[in-house]
Each structure stands twice: as C-alpha cells, then as structure tokens.
Design a protein. Structure first.
Length: 348
C-alpha cells in the first residue's frame, strides 16, 4: 500500500455471493472509492493482489466459505494490507434510501482506515538471550486448548505475544483453516511469540512452553501415555477441520482437570460442546470478549451456557492465565492478572 499515491483509495471486494459483491462494488464506487478488484473468495489463490495495488481489502463474511476465509487472511498478512470485514448483506436490504445510507457509512469507514493506516514496518529480528535457558520439564503441568475460527489468527497472535516464553503449560491450537495454510500460519505465530511453535506430530509429548498447531488432514488425539496420536479424519456432522469440539473433547478425556480451553473469535458453535465436556471433567473454560472479536458467535454461545469462567480481550486473558500458572503473580510491569477480564459473576 502506498499512501502517497494520488486519486481515490483503491479497494478490493471479496465475497462468495455474486449479488453481494456487485452491490458492494456499486455502492463503494458511488461514494468515491475506486473498486480495483471484485472477486469470489474461492478465486483467492489465483488473484494478483500486489498487482492490483490495493489500499484496503473489504471481505464479506460468509459462513459457507469460513475455512477459505481464514486461510486467505493468513496469506494476506504477508502483504501488510488493511482488511475490513463486512456482514452487511447489502444485496438483501429493502429500500434504496437505506441501502444508499449503509453504502455511505461503509465507504467512510474504509476511507478512514486508509487515512490512518501506518506504513508497513519491517519486523525486527528476534534477539536471543546469551544466558543458558532453563532446562524444561519433560511434560507440561497444564494443557490449554485455544479454539478459533474467523478472526482467530489475529486474536491468537495477540494472546501468545502477551505470554512469556517460560511457562509450565503447553498450548494446543485448533484453528479452522483450509488446506495448505498450516505451515504459513505456524510461521506467523512463531514471529509473534517467544514460545516454541510447531505443527503437531504423532508420538510427541506436550512440553512446557510449546504451542502445537492441530493439523487439518488428521484427527488429533492422545495415546495411553498422553502423547499426541494422529488418526485418519472421521466422517461426521462437522464441516470444518480441525474440529474444535473433538480436539477439546480428546484433551478432556486425557487430561481432565489439568486442562483448560479458550474460545476466540469465530462463526458458528464449534468448540462449545467440547468445552462442556472439559468443564464436566474438571477443566476451566474462558472466552474472548465480543468487542475484540471479528465474529463473536463462538464465544457468545459459550457465554450463554454459563460455563465461561472469564471473558476478555486476548492480552487480558493472557495476563490472567500467566497469573494463574505462576501462582497469582502477573507478568512484571503488567496490570493485575484479572484486569480487564470479566469473571463469571461480573458479566451483565
């Protein structure tokens, strides 16, 4: 993106719905934006986004394209392009006046984002400590599952970036993704955190300070020694991989009260049944707050069950977890571990 380029902001419109794509493009063009690209999400791999010289990308949220959407966004982060999500359903709005008003508001939001967007900064290389690192324990004392869907990659990076590298816990990420994005997603997580991030493989032990990313092409579980076990995917009612419900349920069976789970941004209800199983097994479940989510359906449904013991933005949840793992002491220089986190009795 080049803020010095003259002329109206150049916007790309991505939507699986042809009607929605057309409605968005027409309204944005009528309100002073140059629509440089309007294509379905399924064509994302073949799109030349750098060549389109976009200032911002508008992505229409569609549950039917959920896995493709997060994979697309993970790849987009390599381009440092501002992305705005919309679920306005403009093509379904009855009445020309209301439709035009929504179009004006949307166009102004996009123009404001472009005006305020910082120039892409080069990420500084990670520095390494010269002192010898502590020898980790063979097995983590606590296991936390981090479940996410649309908007999850951004929330997960914020959460992990707020945690120190030395923790007595291991993390297992179940993020809805399309095929081919796991390695790129893992690389982006590594750049965001000092924790050790890798794709889960069969036979490994959950070690403290590690983050394992559940695969999209295999069913993740655990053997009798509580080592990772991978099996062929099962047929079932869940259209997404990895299935967050199944991952959390497997953790509940193997680790019980030694485990916890957090549901981050996402559409649908995947993960809620798994959290119910984990809570029944003695584990604790938390949720990202609605205000910081791209789509808050998943954590909202969990909150409605009454099982979520805490809600907050990703950084606040990280501080709370750090305090819990370290005996109540928050990270040095951070607010109290429970700050900005709504506990069960505090939610309205």
């Amino acid at each position: 993106m080049s803020k010095a380029r003259p002329g109206p902001p150049r916007v790309g419109v991505i939507s699986e719905s042809c009607e929605q794509r057309t409605a968005l493009a027409e309204l944005l063009a009528a309100n002073g934006l140059e629509v440089a690209l309007a294509r379905p999400l399924s064509e994302y791999p073949s799109l030349d986004l750098p060549g389109a010289r976009l200032d911002i990308l508008l992505v229409d949220i569609d549950e039917s394209a959920e896995e493709m959407l997060d994979g697309c966004l993970i790849a987009l982060e390599e381009l440092h392009l501002p992305v705005f999500f919309s679920d306005s359903g403009l093509h379904q709005v009855a009445g020309a006046r209301e439709r035009a008003a929504r179009g004006r508001r949307l166009a102004e939001k996009l123009k404001g984002i472009v005006r305020c967007a910082p120039e892409p900064a080069r990420e500084p290389p990670r520095t390494t400590e010269h002192s010898a690192p502590p020898v980790p324990e063979a097995r983590a004392r606590r296991i936390w599952v981090l479940g996410a869907s649309i908007g999850g990659p951004q929330a997960l990076k914020r959460f992990l970036a707020a945690l120190p590298a030395e923790l007595p816990a291991a993390f297992l990420i179940a993020q809805h993704l399309g095929d081919g994005f796991i390695d790129l997603f893992s690389d982006q997580l590594r750049r965001a955190t000092g924790l050790t991030v890798r794709c889960a493989t069969g036979g490994e032990t959950l070690e403290p300070g590690t983050v394992l990313v559940a695969p999209t092409d295999a069913e993740l579980g655990f053997d009798s020694l509580r080592r990772v076990a991978l099996a062929p995917l099962r047929e079932g009612p869940h259209p997404y991989t990895p299935c967050i419900d199944r991952v959390i349920s497997q953790v509940a069976r193997s680790f019980g009260g030694e485990a916890g789970a957090i549901l981050f941004s996402g559409m649908g209800e995947d993960g809620v049944r798994g959290c119910e199983a984990l809570a029944h097994a003695g584990g604790e479940v938390w949720a990202q707050d609605a205000a910081s989510c791209v789509v808050s359906n998943m954590p909202d449904v969990l909150r409605r069950t009454g099982l979520a013991r805490a809600s907050g933005e990703p950084e606040a949840l990280a501080r709370r977890l750090h305090g819990r793992l370290m005996g109540g002491a928050p990270p040095h220089g951070s607010p109290a571990a429970g700050a900005q986190v709504a506990q069960a009795g505090e939610r309205s």
